[in-house]
Design a protein. Sequence first.
Length: 37
Amino acid sequence: MDLPTLNLVGPGRLGRSLARLWSDAGLVRIGAVLGRD
């Protein structure tokens, strides 16, 4: 099964936390992160 790709633009703390949890759970694949930090 091919996982959906999640691209984060300006993720902030909540977005980064959720992306990490979803990725660790095997629900999504992180494609790209674009932010100023």
